[in-house]
Ligand binder design. Structure first.
Ligand SMILES: Cc1ncc(COP(=O)(O)O)c(C=O)c1O
Length: 281
């Protein structure tokens, strides 16, 4: 969604290399700032989607400082932070913002239900501009829902809910990784995020995940092909699995089936495209 949104604003995306465990590479970001006309940085420092990487607290602090020095705003997406309930890494980079240079945006889509459509923003220096923008959009929020949510957040049941949710996600990731190890072709690599319900897979380079997607979709099984997550042509052999829906025998079978189809693609590759006809000069 971000890539489409940025394109619709007439802006261009520059992707910053990200480590699967520790997230955004600060040296790479610094290089980008030195050499490119960067107008803003959009990041999910805590449980990035799709890798699930988490920047260490010291790195979050350095990120905020670096961008404040350069007067480049940080738009921090904290939609997944609460899934690190009870873990100090849950803390947002915004916590180190002393100059209002960080716009932090969150929602309850990942912790309560995507359908709730309630989120929030603390826009620092841009507070008034964001409030005006929201007013102009005319999208009033549902006050009844807001009141109900406020009750939930203040009565202590939210933290208890988060503990149950993250425990069930841990179990799903564990079972999914087990199924992947058994059913996907040898050499498949899979992320191991500390929370959340997505896994990122790197398949053998000969497997195009878009082709795999098409074959799976014809059997009613879907996932996120790697190229959805980039503005470049990378990640063609990667895919994102999401376990936020029902998790039962049918979904487990579907996951195993993706692996089987990937194996078949590797064992019996589709006929390569017809080579171009060479013309005589
Ligand atoms: C990183 C990230 N930010 C934000 C969102 C969207 O949240 P919402 O449904 O509240 O708009 C998503 C949903 O997939 C997401 O993955």
């Amino acid at each position: 969604g971000y890539l489409d949104l940025i394109e619709s604003l007439g802006l261009r995306v520059l992707e910053i290399p990200t480590h699967p465990a520790t997230g955004l590479s600060l040296p790479a970001l610094e290089l980008a700032l030195d050499t490119q006309p960067v107008r803003a940085v959009l990041a999910a420092p805590t449980l990035s989607n799709p890798l699930g990487s988490v920047m260490p607290l010291a790195a979050k602090q350095r990120l905020v400082k670096l961008l404040a020095q350069r007067r480049v705003p940080l738009i921090e997406d904290v939609v997944f932070n609460d899934l690190l309930s009870g873990d100090q890494r849950r803390k947002a980079a915004k916590a180190w913002d002393t100059e209002g240079n960080v716009m932090v945006c969150g929602s309850f889509a990942k912790t309560l239900t995507p359908g709730i459509r309630l989120g929030w923003v603390e826009a620092g220096r841009w507070r008034d501009a964001v409030a005006t923008h929201k007013r102009l959009q005319g999208a009033a929020t549902n006050v009844v829902l807001e009141e109900a949510l406020a009750d939930l957040l203040t009565q202590g049941s939210y933290e208890a809910h988060l503990r149950r949710l993250t425990a069930s996600m841990r179990q799903r990731r564990h079972e999914a990784r087990h199924l992947i190890a058994h059913h996907f072709p040898p050499g498949t690599r899979v992320s191991n995020p500390p929370s959340g319900d997505t896994l990122w897979l790197e398949l053998h380079p000969a497997i195009a995940s878009m082709d795999l997607f098409k074959r799976c979709a014809s059997e009613g099984i879907t996932f996120g092909p790697g190229e959805l997550f980039t503005a470049t042509d990378r990640y063609r052999n990667c895919l994102r699995l999401n376990f936020s829906g029902p998790w039962n025998a049918i979904t487990m079978q579907a996951l195993a089936r993706i692996g089987e189809i990937a194996r078949q693609m590797l064992e019996r590759p589709a006929a390569s495209p017809t080579p171009p006809v060479l013309r005589r000069a």
